[in-house]
Design a binder for this molecule. Structure first.
Ligand code: SAH
Ligand code: SF4
Length: 397
């Protein structure tokens, strides 16, 4: 049994009822328009927006006061109109394998409610992966996934998606100034080298916000993550896959988990709408695929459900012709689930069949299980309580 090393509570950042919008998550055009609200003349808006972009996304500053190449009165004006808000941290937990999990409280929505999402950082020798959420909860109900049991669902805004990356950079000290002061990140020169959209939610059901957010985090004058280091994981929203390839352009991961429609219908109910054949056809058509740029197929190992040698053989056959990586994920249990993780021998046999067919099939080592930070364990418990309370309130109103 692993032990929890650390729980940190950070002070809240948001002032209750603060009407000022956040600049984080605005596209460059929107940011230039916003300058108008702070009294910047039209001709100067692009230039000012460029300066602010640099401070926010390259330097990681958290206040207008630090933007020293901007005149004091404009900084003051900006401060009156806007914030550079990130989510608040409710808790930060550090697992003894170094994995960190944050419970984040989002800025109040239009009803004043403050929802919560979880985010996970997984440091490894050669990379640091940040797993971010795209929705509060998830409308889909994959039967092995804890997030799928959460009732309350809403899309995250671009601000909230980008805000997660910003906040993680704050906490692991990954801004250029921090790195100069403390130069010991893994290879690649950064603590956060990769981002995966594998937290809570189905990113392709929140297409526009995910797209804007990815545009911002890949912008070369800011956070500057390469699209090849970002992976969007989908449970198989087939009609959005071509658009994702054309407009978002990140790497793609598919939560396959079953090799027949019968099994996959049970595990990923969305399969009834978009069966395996259609899903794989969309994968074949995904732009820019090559052996250097493969689709990752995620496959959760569930005891007695999808883990037989026949399943492994069918899996290999299904993926023939698609430049693919197969990621076997030991099932991570959560309270109340009826599933169990496959035995280690079974996983090894499965992996061997897949390997022999020529696929690298790393078994994803469960990380941060002690703090419920592993795949599919994310669920903001407090949200459910609040949803119930809200329903009761609405009923009484
Ligand atoms: N909604 C998206 C992305 C988030 S889930 C999707 O489904 O792809 C990220 C990955 O974790 C998915 O492959 C998902 O199927 C897997 N997962 C969900 N619950 C899990 C669990 N309990 N154990 C292991 N993996 C799980
Ligand atoms: Fe949603 Fe993904 Fe969980 Fe399915 S596995 S319920 S799509 S978060």
């Amino acid at each position: 049994m692993t032990t929890l090393l650390n729980t940190v509570e950070a002070p809240p950042r948001y002032i209750p009822n603060d009407p000022r919008p956040s600049l984080i998550g605005m596209t460059r055009d929107a940011l230039a328009d916003a300058m108008g609200r702070a009294g910047v003349a039209e001709k100067q808006r692009r230039m000012r927006a460029g300066q602010i972009w640099h401070w926010i996304y390259h330097r990681g500053v958290q206040s207008f006061a630090e933007m020293t190449n901007i005149a004091k009165d404009l900084r003051q004006r900006l401060d009156e109109e806007f914030v550079i808000g990130r989510p608040d941290i409710v808790t930060e937990q550090v697992s003894n394998d170094g994995t960190r999990k944050w419970l984040l409280k989002l800025a109040p929505d239009e009803r004043g409610a403050r929802h919560e999402v979880e985010m996970v950082y997984i440091p490894e020798e050669d990379r640091g992966t940040l797993c971010i959420s795209s929705q509060v909860g998830c409308t889909l109900t994959c039967t092995f996934c804890h997030t799928g049991t959460q009732k309350l669902v809403r899309n995250l805004t671009a601000n909230e998606i980008v805000g997660q990356v910003m906040m993680a950079r704050d906490r692991v000290k990954d801004w250029p100034g921090d790195i100069e002061a403390n130069p010991s990140p893994p290879s690649g020169g950064r603590y956060i080298t990769n981002v995966v959209l594998m937290g809570m939610g189905e990113p392709l059901y929140n297409f526009d916000n995910v797209k804007d957010a990815m545009e911002i985090v890949t912008d070369g004058e800011g956070i500057s993550l390469s699209r090849r280091r970002i992976t969007l994981s989908t449970s198989g929203v087939v009609p959005e896959i071509p658009r994702a390839g054309a407009e978002i352009g990140t790497m793609l991961a598919i939560s396959l988990h079953g090799t027949t429609d019968e099994i996959r219908n049970r595990l990923v109910p969305l399969n009834k709408k978009y069966p395996i054949k259609e899903l794989l056809q969309a994968c074949r058509n995904y732009p820019g695929l090559s052996n250097a740029r493969r689709i990752t197929f995620e496959y959760v190992m569930l005891k007695g459900i999808n883990d037989s040698p026949e399943d492994a053989k069918r899996l290999v056959k299904l993926l023939a012709g698609i430049p693919a990586k197969i990621n076997l994920i030991p099932f991570n249990p959560w309270p109340g689930t009826a599933y169990e993780c496959s035995d280690w021998d079974t996983i090894e046999t499965f992996a061997e069949i897949v390997n022999r067919a020529g696929y690298a099939s790393p078994v994803r080592t469960p990380r941060g299980r002690d703090i419920m930070a592993a795949c599919g364990q994310l669920k903001s418990e407090s949200q459910k309580i609040r949803a119930k309370e809200r329903l009761a309130l609405d009923a009484g109103a």
